[in-house]
Design a binder for this molecule. Structure first.
Ligand SMILES: C[S@@+](CC[C@H](N)C(=O)[O-])C[C@H]1O[C@@H](n2cnc3c(N)ncnc32)[C@H](O)[C@@H]1O
Length: 200
């Protein structure tokens, strides 16, 4: 259901669906991040462009060509560049032992995709590298303020522990917070927030 066509249609208008301002959890912890940065499901570029303005080298991966074109336009308007890769994370293989950081902001993926991808993400980080992830939690199912209505795509603290067994949690919690990002994230929502570090 949430395939390339769904996302290209969602991004087809001129507006930035999740806004052009970066995710606030990412901003708050961005001092922990080092480059190069791999941004999973980058979308229209608000997070990657923010990190590029902080001097980081960013590769944004997304299944939507429409989103990545808007990401490049946003980068240009801010006087920075980001690298992009049009790819389905179900089959994408990131470079091994290469990234200083991985960013995953509202990159809701089916468990079958996560089971293949997340070990590759752990492997793609350099020793000492950091992942920062924010995702709607399964408590968001009954809310209409954002996130997919499919429990398999929503996260829990336990899923993070199980799916990133080799990363040391620097922060791992479920919180309810106000998320207003474009028209698509609109108010109080339950999220999982994770910062994990690869030993080294
Ligand atoms: C909720 S949006 C979040 C976008 C961006 N991270 C942000 O916070 O603004 C989810 C994104 O995941 C992308 N996506 C969904 N499934 C994907 C897949 N299998 N591979 C790569 N990207 C995917 C969509 O195109 C969309 O841009």
């Amino acid at each position: 259901m949430f395939d390339e066509t769904f996302w290209n249609n969602r991004y087809a208008g001129d507006e930035y669906v999740y806004g052009t301002e970066p995710n606030s959890f990412l901003v708050e912890h961005s001092h922990l991040l080092a480059g190069p940065v791999l941004s999973l499901s980058e979308g229209e570029g608000r997070n990657g462009v923010f990190l590029a303005t902080r001097g980081l080298d960013v590769l944004g991966v997304d299944i939507s060509m429409v989103a990545l074109e808007k990401a490049k336009a946003l980068a240009q308007s801010r006087g920075v560049t980001i690298k992009t890769a049009l790819a389905d994370l179900a089959t994408y293989t990131p470079e091994e032992n290469h990234f200083g950081s991985v960013v995953s902001i509202f990159a809701h993926l089916p468990s079958a995709v996560r089971q293949r991808l997340y070990p590759l993400i752990e492997r793609s980080l350099k020793p000492g590298g950091t992942i920062i992830l924010e995702s709607y939690s399964d408590k968001q199912l009954s809310r209409d303020t954002g996130g997919p209505k499919d429990a398999d795509l929503l996260m829990t603290v336990d899923k993070i522990r199980r799916e990133f067994p080799n990363l040391e949690p620097v922060l791992l919690r479920e919180v309810e917070r106000d998320i207003t990002e474009g028209g698509a994230h609109s108010g109080l929502g339950f999220v999982i927030q994770f910062i994990g570090r690869k030993k080294g």
